[in-house]
Design a protein around this ligand. Structure first.
Ligand code: PLP
Length: 408
């Protein structure tokens, strides 16, 4: 009734800048309709199937285009053949292979940290860290717009909880003062926020953390592999690699896109997580093929930053052309480019029209995912978009924006 029921589009090709979508089969309503290639039922659950077949994709977190990179795929196949389909075990029973240790070592080296620990996902890494590290005598201070998995991880721990206003350093300082009475303080923030494409003010956060004797934790899911001169992430971009204590990130976005997450930081912390972190202790080891993908993705990034630079150039192209066309794009220099529209209905009809008119796959977001009155269409740029893809997207926005009154 509230229009918030989600349905999923079915992709019949690999992940990439150009996709093919299923359309001919039975829809979510269970019926097959029409003679054409698409299911054309207008039941709300079926509308997403009402699509052209070949589309340009601007809504994956495939920032570096490594999800279907031939070397990444080859590495996965080799790992699958050599190490099998999976371990049928958690890590500490009989689920640790040499490739798991190698990948952990590579992740730590990539981030210039002492050690790393793998999880089945970053959701798990976030679910497992706060409870293992913090006691009821401690405090955690969390940005109000942090990712759901950080919020859930914090819920699971017994530390005292403080929520500070989004990127508001005055509020963080006030909360840090209040939290001085606790044994240990941990400030937790996303490095880059996925709804706005904005970047946490880590320099200021680290200065406050130093002043009030707190540790800093960052979630780098939307930064690892491409932010900073060598793609190390937000801490590299802002020059605070030696000041951030703990990094959690994902292997399921820029780093090959298969699955998996990790924590990297001081060795004693990683040792503690291996003993006490529940999603690590009680869940299966990462499958070898998944390890192979991530490991190769990291090799590619450590060899050269050309892919990350290509993505940055395309991001710049999109942001400047859209701004010149009269749109407001939130955030700065990040491949998450939220096209701010304000009105929820406008965002949803424009996103639908973009697909139907131009085969441009973008998603509209409105309340409760983003604040009321701040509806937007989120565009995500990838290194494997061509300049032509970017220009077609801008053209489609301009045409559809004019049609719906978003542009004069
Ligand atoms: N943290 C952030 C900021 C995310 O955007 C996501 C994924 O959407 C996650 C954590 C969870 O990552 P994973 O997909 O590896 O569980």
């Amino acid at each position: 009734g509230a229009g918030t029921w989600k349905s999923e589009r079915v992709i019949t090709s690999r992940q990439g800048p150009h996709l093919r979508l299923a359309g001919g089969g039975a829809g979510a309503c269970g019926r097959r309709r029409g003679g054409g290639p698409f299911h054309r039922c207008h039941a709300p659950a079926c509308l997403p199937l009402f699509l052209p077949a070949g589309i340009i994709n601007f809504c994956a977190n495939n920032y570096l285009g490594l999800s279907s990179h031939p070397e990444v795929i080859r590495a996965a196949v080799e790992a699958l053949e050599k190490f099998g389909a999976g371990l049928s075990s958690v890590r500490f029973i009989c689920g640790t292979q040499s490739i798991h240790k190698d990948l952990e070592e590579k992740i730590a080296r990539f981030h210039q940290r002492e050690d790393a620990i793998l999880y089945a996902s970053c959701f798990d890494a976030n679910a497992g860290i706060f409870e293992a590290l913090l006691t009821p005598e401690d405090a955690v201070l969390s940005d109000e717009l942090n990712h759901a998995s950080i919020i859930d991880g914090i819920r699971l721990c017994k530390a005292n909880k403080y929520r500070y206003k989004h990127m508001d350093m005055q509020d963080l300082e006030a909360k840090l003062k209040e939290a001085q009475k606790h044994r240990l303080r941990l400030v937790a923030t996303d490095g880059a926020f996925s709804m706005d494409g904005d970047i946490a003010p880590l320099r200021e956060i680290c200065q406050l953390a130093q002043k009030y004797n707190a540790l800093v934790f960052i979630d780098e899911c939307h930064a690892t592999g491409f932010l900073g001169p060598n793609g190390r992430g937000t801490d590299e971009l802002l020059g605070v690699m030696d000041k951030v204590t703990i990094i959690n990130s994902t292997l399921g976005k820029a780093l090959g896109g298969a699955a998996g997450g990790y924590t990297t930081g001081p060795k004693p912390l990683i040792d503690l997580l291996r003993q006490r972190s529940r999603p690590y202790l009680f869940s299966n080891s990462l499958p070898p093929a998944v390890v192979g993908c991530a490991s190769k993705a990291l090799d590619l990034l450590m060899e050269s930053n050309a892919i990350a630079q290509s993505m940055a150039a395309k991001t710049q192209r999109f942001r400047s052309k859209m701004t010149a066309a009269g749109f407001t794009i939130s955030g700065k220099d990040h491949p998450i480019c939220p096209v701010m529209l304000g009105d929820a209905r406008l965002a949803s009809v424009m996103a639908e029209d973009m697909l139907n008119r131009g085969g441009i796959y973008v998603i509209g977001f409105s309340y409760p995912v983003v604040p009321k009155g701040k509806a937007r269409i989120r565009v995500q740029i990838s290194a494997v978009h061509s300049d032509e893809d970017i220009d077609l997207c801008v053209e489609a926005f301009t045409e559809v924006g004019r049609k719906h009154g978003a542009l004069p």
